[in-house]
Design a binder for this molecule. Structure first.
Ligand code: PRT
Ligand code: ZN
Length: 210
């Protein structure tokens, strides 16, 4: 039996459920249930907050998970990426107020930057020799400059309209992300075999869409 953790409700949820169904796996899901069992594959599906998924997979509470690479890498830990899934593509970007003079990373030196991704941003800046004060906030990062909390932000962008709507300009891409299948590092041989079957089906689903 494999336990797969997916996001309960959010941007990843629908595509994750669709992918599992397109793999030919049948299950009943309802919005109030926190887990469900597949009827034609030895799979149990757990519905969790996305931020909790890498930790549950690392600890073996779940064997597999579907999360954004941004969440996986920010979490650190030992959960392994085993398959890129091609949906929920986005980028983690630095942005400054539209009117700010920005010519390059050196302009961020000693600024206050608000983000929910201190690890990803911290290593990006450190690798480039930029020192800045990072302020970790968990949501509504885009309003930080307009309320005087930060000089710049680093957050997830997809269309760019949230930045635009908050008077911000995207200046650097820190990380590119998509949804990935992750696995705990200590699967049993039988679980590893089931994972291979699942990956084979996922790859076939993606090929069929191309
Ligand atoms: O409740 P839970 O903790 O499970 O969910 P969540 O609110 O933390 O995550 P959710 O559902 O918003 O996002 C889940 C994953 O989707 C993220 O970790 C990313 O991998 C991916 N993803 C793809 C995005 C976006 N696109 C996205 N646009 N995650 C967030 N956004 C937000 C972003 O934070 C910003 O506020 O959308 C806004 C920007 O969008 P644009 O289109 O205006 O640029
Ligand atoms: Zn989350």
């Amino acid at each position: 039996m494999l336990r797969l953790a997916i996001q309960k409700s959010g941007r990843l949820s629908e595509d994750s459920l669709t992918l599992i169904r397109e793999c030919g796996i049948s299950f009943v899901s309802s919005s109030y249930k926190l887990k469900t069992e597949a009827t034609n594959f030895p799979l149990e599906i757990l519905f969790l907050r996305d931020d909790d998924i890498p930790g549950y997979v690392q600890d073996g509470v779940a064997d597999l998970g579907i999360v954004g690479q941004n969440v996986l890498v920010e979490a650190g830990g030992s959960a392994l990426e085993v398959e890129a899934l091609g949906f929920s593509k986005c980028r983690l970007s630095l942005a400054v107020p539209r009117a700010a003079a920005y010519q390059g990373l050196a302009d961020l030196q000693n600024l206050n930057i608000a983000t929910s991704y201190p690890k990803l941003l911290g290593s990006y800046l450190a690798e480039r020799g930029v020192q800045a004060q990072l302020h970790t906030i968990s949501g509504s990062v885009e309003i930080a400059p307009s309320i005087g909390l930060a000089d710049a932000i680093c957050d997830i962008v997809s269309s760019g309209s949230t930045l635009l709507g908050n008077g911000l300009r995207e200046v650097e891409t820190v990380f590119r992300s998509e949804a990935v299948l992750i696995a705990q590092p200590n699967l049993s041989p039988l679980q590893a075999e089931l994972l291979e079957q699942l990956r084979f089906r996922m790859q076939a689903v993606r090929r069929a869409k191309r």
